[in-house]
Design a protein around this ligand. Structure first.
Ligand SMILES: *Cc1c(COP(=O)(O)O)cnc(C)c1O
Length: 439
């Protein structure tokens, strides 16, 4: 019998791009950069070229690349214990949960750990459904309907693409998980109209990251909270991108509507500073008004949910080190201050290519003016979206950023970025935009 022959790559085809093209699934549109090493806000490619990294692995490297606070913990914990199992009492999960409840949320509640943002949202979605079975309609029908928002992004698993309010993540994957309705963001009337008798939860990003750096208004969040309280509906914040200092506060909704207390919150991205870990926090409050009701944070009981890797001793130690560093170096404050300085500076340019400047803290979106760009020959001759076109132009000049939708260039520098580093980035940004005017 002839076994199929795996052809070895020819010697000249061992560039990263050639290896990826040959041996990995083509599910990412990748830029032409081969990362090699990083330090702080700086990233070097394999040819030794240096970049100022304001993409931050898409809001993941919250302390910059390979920060000492993290690598030290990593080294120590990785020689002590990397993984065991959730069959045992993992002390780090208790300590991380304590930090989240006492310092981040400042509200009684409990946490559950996993490995990514999608998984953290899965936990909240499963919580919502289990809660809806425990608090059914008068005729016993479980409440299962969940409202999310247009242009939202909640992840790539089946539940989370079903929750995501963007067609592009769903194409070709039907049938999806039923029971989700997407409503225009910041449209209170549309939200109220979408409520059903069996609505059990609202899942919302305080600022939509992937969807184009769109900020929720205080009125909108307050209208949602009011309905949630009146109808015992769960208010769930997806803080995977916006949480833990990114918006200038531990809690991304607090710069918008500080009094709101959600029933659940999901985190990932920045929490591990680059090490994969996700978390969901669930509020301690009775599931309904009956006196013997159990608490919401205990609805996911033994055996109801879990993951092998979730909350390993290494992941928890690293996440705690990241959160301690954010607290001890006042990085929420740095994020708030530096973020508004960046927005003020770019706004003051009144640059013809920039239509609006949006964001909070260090989640910043520059929406380009497509009409102004369309007059540029180089742009017309490129086949890409306006955002990608500018992201590539910035990369060519040594500044890494990320697109958020077709028109928005997003900056996600580390939370400890300095004014000097920001000035370098602003100079590159200005130069690249000005070059477009003459191209
Ligand atoms: C990135 C992101 C997710 C998904 O996180 P993964 O770790 O990629 O699964 C979910 N929600 C929001 C708001 C995100 O930005």
């Amino acid at each position: 019998m002839n076994l199929p022959i795996v052809e070895k790559a020819p010697a000249q085809a061992t560039s990263a791009a050639a290896l990826l093209a040959r041996y990995t699934v083509p599910n990412y549109g990748r830029l032409d950069l081969v990362p090699d090493r990083g330090e702080g806000v700086w990233l070097w490619d394999e040819s030794g070229r240096q970049y100022l990294d304001f993409a931050g692995g898409v809001a993941v490297t919250s302390l910059g690349h390979c920060p000492p606070a993290l690598t030290r913990t990593f080294a120590e914990q990785s020689t002590k214990l990397i993984h065991c199992s959730n069959w045992y009492q993992i002390r780090g999960q208790g300590e991380l949960g304590q930090f989240i409840t006492e310092t981040v949320m400042e509200t009684p509640g409990k946490s559950i750990f996993c490995n990514s943002g999608a998984e953290a949202n899965e936990a909240l979605i499963k919580l919502a459904r289990k809660f809806g079975h425990a608090t059914p309609l008068a005729d016993g029908t479980p409440r299962t309907h969940i409202i999310t928002f247009n242009n939202s992004f909640h992840g790539r698993t089946y539940a989370t693409i079903s929750a995501t309010g963007q067609e592009k993540v769903k194409v070709g994957f039907a049938p999806l998980l039923p029971g989700f309705t997407h409503v225009p963001y910041n449209d209170t009337a549309a939200f109220l109209a979408a409520l059903q008798d069996d609505t059990v939860a609202i899942l919302i990003e305080p600022v939509q990251g992937e969807g184009g750096v769109n900020m929720a208004t205080a009125e909108f969040l307050r209208a949602i909270q009011k309905v949630c309280q009146e109808r015992n509906i769960l208010l769930l914040f997806d803080e995977v991108q916006s949480g833990l200092g990114r918006l200038g506060h531990w809690c991304g909704w607090k710069p918008i509507a500080p009094e709101i207390i959600p029933d659940g919150v999901s985190w990932a991205k920045g929490i591990g500073g680059g090490f994969p870990i996700g978390a969901a926090w669930i509020r301690k409050r009775p599931i309904n008004s009956t006196s013997d009701a159990i608490d919401l944070c205990d609805v996911l009981g033994p055996g109801s949910h879990g993951t092998t890797y979730g909350g390993s001793p290494l992941a928890c130690a690293v996440a705690l080190a990241v959160l301690h560093e954010i607290r001890d170096s006042a990085l929420c404050e740095n994020s708030a201050t530096i973020g508004s300085e960046i927005r003020e500076t770019v706004t003051s340019w009144q640059h013809p290519l920039i239509h609006t400047v949006r964001g909070l803290g260090l989640l910043i979106g520059f929406e380009l003016d497509p009409a102004a760009l369309a007059q540029r020959t180089a742009y017309r001759e490129s086949d890409g979206l306006a955002s990608i076109y500018i992201v590539k132009a910035l990369m060519a000049e040594g500044l890494l950023t990320v697109a958020a939708g077709p028109l928005v260039v997003r900056w996600l520098p580390p939370l400890n970025v300095t004014r000097t580093e920001v000035q370098t980035a602003l100079a590159i940004f200005k130069r690249v935009l000005d070059t477009q005017l003459t191209a």
